[in-house]
Design a binder for this molecule. Structure first.
Ligand code: FEO
Ligand code: CA
Ligand code: CA
Ligand code: CA
Length: 605
């Protein structure tokens, strides 16, 4: 075999083949265990999960539904203990309740749904020599739900756009939901992106003011978007009654797990969009040393990639004082949106096929949208929009700035080993269709079912970048795919990249959502350097109907969130497609899984 066939350190494991099993399938010689699943007790006194006897009160003390992002934050002063922080993106009521009437929840079902959303903080312990992770039901734990009070900061706070009858000051928002990906900050907090928040509000057409209606439409609100129907029982989710409530969601939320009584923050200086998540890069040298850069993608078809550059510098250390300072960093700085220009536009015919010897690559620009100053005053960089409007209706500002419409920007994160930034562009089946933007070099395939991964060389604090496509995903045997230049006969097929992470060796790991190649979703490792660049190996697959998310790639342990197992058309709790993880005739449960190597030796070496 060729030199490049040898996997780099971190990727030396037996590749998992595509499959449709109702199981988490891992490499030979590895072990796995469910760490925590929907309904497991989190707060002291929580009852054990009982599918047939759910209540809102029990759910508010138990692990929520449909875990997406996961991260580990060390507990100060307790060796081997971490806060496992995990968000719970959404609920699918027909899979949670037998006999559920679509679109017609009972009040109790709606309140269970609200309690099953949000964020969980649960203390876990680990031991050396094994990758097992044990949860501790104790006083460090916390459930944040769709009703937990949060503080709105930045230019949106206190404006008329966010005032409601329950909150005339426009500063205290109840709850978070639709939380998708996220990030862990170097100062020991969790960032979580509020993504598809339009799915929680009814009666969009009752908003008749033309400007307000146009703004709702730009965020895809319509009368059909309200899957959950919470507005039947809480008028704040009815736009006819509280049209501003919708403007209080779509932010990056920051949670300090070290204090279970702390108030989560919604940072409006990072803009309001369908944030997939947000991840942090800190400048490590030069005049910008300590400057914090947050990257975030807006996950909808034809939306944009953003970054925020702080003007306040990070205080090092994990003291409460440093943390309090650092939790204000994302309130002061400049928000940018990206455009991408190809250096070889003739190479784009919409097929996704790369001409021999070419690459999809080019340059780009970060366009400033909004600057927030130290005194809280702010400046808009967009003609005709106030800073407050840019913070709340960020998509409209970005439209004017000339940003590039991307194929659903999902997770975006900086490789700590190289400083290069990777964004998963998951798919876009409407690219190039009637009236929609055609393929360009960064989004080279019309009716794009499999997605791509863009590699960005950014100096982080500046406004110029260069980029190339690392992967054009899909069937390696097809002409419209590209695996970093690696021999496509020797890679695992990857489709619909969603979350990105890095192992301690600098390899990229990607979890997928919506695999369009007739296999279950999975987790893949991708080599980035040298002769192995583009080598892609599948590490695990999740049960049918599930997506893989939240990956945590440690040296001794990989953790993944298994979201919505068994969520297949024509199935429901009355006809479950999956019995994972409990087996027998049980209902499927979203869960977090830890995978490690027999004997506790490092992953993939
Ligand atoms: Fe919730 Fe963009 O995936
Ligand atoms: Ca996602
Ligand atoms: Ca990530
Ligand atoms: Ca997704």
């Amino acid at each position: 075999s060729a030199v490049g066939d040898t996997p780099p350190p971190g990727m030396n494991f037996a590749t998992v083949a595509p499959n449709t099993e109702d199981a988490v399938v891992i490499p030979e010689g590895y072990r796995q265990e469910v760490v925590i699943a929907w309904g497991d007790p989190v707060l002291p006194g929580a009852p054990a999960f009982d599918f047939s006897r759910q209540t809102p009160e029990a759910q508010a003390m138990q692990f929520g539904y449909n875990n997406d992002f996961a991260g580990l934050i060390p507990v100060d002063g307790v060796s081997g203990h971490y806060y496992l922080v995990c968000n719970q993106e959404y609920t699918t009521e027909e899979f949670m309740f037998t006999g559920y009437q679509s679109g017609e929840p009972t009040e109790e079902q709606a309140r269970i749904s609200m309690a099953a959303h949000g964020i969980t903080v649960v203390e876990v312990s680990t031991e050396t020599g094994t990758g097992a992770v044990t949860t501790i039901v104790g006083p460090r734990n916390r459930r944040i739900t769709a009703t937990t009070p949060m503080r709105l900061t930045g230019p949106a706070a206190g404006t008329d756009f966010v005032k409601t009858s329950a909150d005339p000051t426009g500063e205290t928002v109840l709850g978070t939901f639709a939380n998708c990906a996220g990030g862990i900050t170097p100062w020991g907090t969790m960032l979580s992106g509020e993504e598809n928040f339009d799915g929680y509000f009814s009666n969009a057409s009752a908003v008749t003011d033309a400007t307000a209606a146009e703004r709702l439409e730009r965020y895809s609100f319509d009368d059909d978007s309200d899957y959950h129907q919470w507005g039947r029982f809480d008028p704040r989710f009815d736009l006819a009654q509280e049209p501003n409530e919708a403007n209080r969601f779509g932010y990056v939320v920051e949670v300090d797990p070290h204090d279970p009584n702390s108030t989560p923050i919604k940072h409006s200086a990072l803009g309001r969009l369908k944030h997939e998540g947000a991840t942090i890069h800190v400048m490590s040298s030069g005049p910008d040393e300590g400057t914090v850069v947050a990257y975030t993608g807006d996950d909808e078809r034809f939306e944009y990639i953003y970054k925020f550059v702080s003007s306040r510098k990070m205080k090092t250390g994990v003291s409460a004082t440093a943390r309090a300072h650092n939790m204000g960093i994302l309130d002061e700085g400049t928000l940018y949106v990206a455009s991408f220009t190809g250096d070889n536009p003739d190479a784009v015919d919409g097929s996704g096929e790369l001409p021999e010897g070419e690459s999809f690559a080019g340059t780009g620009t970060w366009h400033p949208l909004l600057t927030v100053n130290a005194d809280g005053s702010a400046r808009s960089h967009v003609d005709g929009m106030t800073p407050e409007e840019v913070a709340v209706f960020t998509r409209l500002a970005a439209d004017q700035a000339g940003a590039t419409k991307m194929d659903r920007p999902e997770d975006i994160e900086t490789n700590p080993r190289t400083g290069k930034v990777y964004c998963a562009l998951t798919n876009n089946d409407e690219r190039g269709t009637d009236g929609e933007a055609p393929a360009d070099e960064a989004n080279p395939r019309n009716e794009n079912k499999n997605g791509q991964v863009i590699e960005i060389t950014d100096n982080h604090t500046g406004t110029d970048l260069t980029w190339n496509l690392l992967l054009v995903c899909g069937d390696p045997a097809a002409a419209d795919t590209y695996y970093g230049g690696y021999d496509k006969t020797k890679v695992s097929a990857i489709s619909c990249p969603d979350n990105v992470a890095f192992d301690p060796h600098g390899n990229l790991w990607i979890s997928t959502d919506g695999n369009a190649l007739d296999s279950n979703d999975g987790l893949f490792a991708i080599a980035l350097d040298g002769a192995q660049r583009g080598q892609t190996k599948q590490f695990l697959t999740v049960p049918e109907g599930a997506e893989t998310c939240g990956p945590i790639i440690g040296s001794d342990r990989v953790m993944v969130c298994v979201q919505h197992p068994g969520e297949l058309d024509d199935h429901s709790a009355d006809n479950p497609a999956s019995h994972w993880p409990d087996g027998g005739d049980t209902q499927p449960r979203p869960a977090v899984v830890a995978v490690w190597r027999d004997g506790g030796t490092p992953i993939g070496v």
